[in-house]
Ligand binder design. Structure first.
Ligand SMILES: C[S@@+](CC[C@H](N)C(=O)[O-])C[C@H]1O[C@@H](n2cnc3c(N)ncnc32)[C@H](O)[C@@H]1O
Ligand SMILES: [Zn+2]
Length: 376
């Protein structure tokens, strides 16, 4: 599960800015404040209310809720913390956490998916050539323009916070957002893949960055902390699927949320699918009607919506991948062709319907969001 990319890395965490970490995170279980452990070498956190500790590794905070905690990953790290803490309260919390981890059985929802993503990011890290993201960049550019415009109106007297939920290796942040961030602004990347987070940290040069191994269903983050939330390709991996929008929305203080998820199921039933191995265990589509209902209930304004990527796009992209990734014009042309096809034949059969949704939502003026259902 967790292999080469991080196994050799040190648990020393010079890389974590404790002030930033404590300001934006909270206990994934009770939502209470975390404290830092008094340790000599490694960095760890304590939730005094739950009497539980949380470890860090390679500059990444491991803030999993009880249901998703991972004995194999966290056990050795917490044993190391237990050797270093000095107060009786901290010793007791380390002991209680190790006891709790020991009693864990089976694997939580997030870990079914983690292996797929970690393999993908490890392969990317191992290959010396940068992955070509042009198709995503071209599709997502109008959405990020809205995010950048919105950030420019963020209050100047405090750091702006950009939260990347299901951040993976963070290519969009680096390309579109990092160049317009001020040095004091904060990037928070949360994902269930440690290799993804490590790769992200390795590639990202933004100084004030916090990396969290956690689950988007139970984000260990303070409500209303963000000036922008990037949740691209994330909702459909959450256990809550489209019902995860209120969880994501609760993290936004102002500004925009960017979403990108599959819709309308798959072209073919799973037993006929030719590319099953390229999909993760939780690769499912979201219910677009229910998602729209959440948008309305939360009082979000839709700034941008696009349904795309039907049969024509998928077939042409598969056939001419190399050429399409080299030419923005050609990419735009097959998108247009696809749009024409889906709008003409989309109603005739499932196979012709669009499969992707891009959505940019704007937070309602405060305090309207207070009435929205919270994620926990
Ligand atoms: C389709 S990829 C998208 C990655 C990135 N946001 C992008 O657009 O390139 C889905 C990402 O979500 C992460 N992920 C899957 N389930 C998750 C969960 N329950 N909580 C947080 N992240 C999750 C995966 O590890 C992966 O990095
Ligand atoms: Zn707690």
């Amino acid at each position: 599960m967790f292999t080469s990319i991080w196994a050799s890395m040190t648990t020393m965490n010079m890389l974590i800015n404790m002030e930033d970490a404590l300001a934006y995170t909270r206990c994934p279980d009770c939502g209470g404040n975390l404290e830092t452990l008094e340790t000599s070498r490694d960095t760890g956190f304590l939730c005094p209310a739950c009497n539980l500790v949380f470890a860090t590794v390679s500059g990444v905070l491991i803030l999993l809720d009880t249901a998703s905690r991972n004995k194999n990953l966290e056990g050795p790290l917490i044993k190391r913390l237990a050797e270093q803490v000095s107060t009786a309260r901290e010793h007791d919390a380390c002991k209680a956490t190790l006891g709790m981890l020991d009693g864990l059985h089976g694997s939580a929802y997030v870990w079914e998916d983690e292996e797929h993503w970690s393999n993908e990011y490890e392969q990317q890290h191992a290959s010396r050539t940068e992955k070509n993201w042009n198709d995503r960049f071209w599709q997502r550019q109008p959405m990020f323009q809205l995010l950048v415009d919105s950030l420019q109106h963020a209050p100047r007297e405090r750091p702006a916070v950009v939260l990347d939920l299901g951040c993976g290796e963070g290519q969009d942040f680096r390309r579109f957002v990092a160049p317009v961030m001020r040095e004091e602004d904060i990037y928070i990347g949360l994902d269930i893949s440690l290799p993804g987070l490590v790769l992200n940290r390795h590639c990202n040069t933004h100084k004030h960055a916090i990396y969290i191994l956690g689950t988007a269903d139970k984000p260990p983050l303070r409500h209303r902390l963000a000036d922008a939330v990037i949740a691209l390709g994330t909702l459909h991996h959450m256990q809550a699927k489209e019902d995860g929008l209120p969880i994501v929305g609760a993290l936004l203080k102002r500004g925009v949320v960017l979403l990108s998820d599959p819709i309308n199921g798959h072209f073919l039933p799973p037993f006929l699918s030719l590319s099953r191995e390229s999909r993760s265990a939780h690769d499912d589509s979201v219910d677009v009607q229910r998602l729209h209902a959440h948008v309305q209930a939360l009082g979000f304004e839709t700034l941008y919506e696009r349904q795309f990527s039907g049969l024509v796009y998928v077939v042409l992209f598969k056939l001419f991948r190399a050429a399409v990734l080299r030419s923005r014009g050609l990419h735009g042309f097959i998108h247009k062709l696809d749009d024409t096809f889906t709008s003409t034949f989309g109603r005739l059969g499932n196979i012709f319907r669009p499969r992707g949704l891009l959505l940019v939502l704007k937070a309602p003026p405060q305090p309207a969001i207070e009435g929205a259902r919270e994620g926990r």
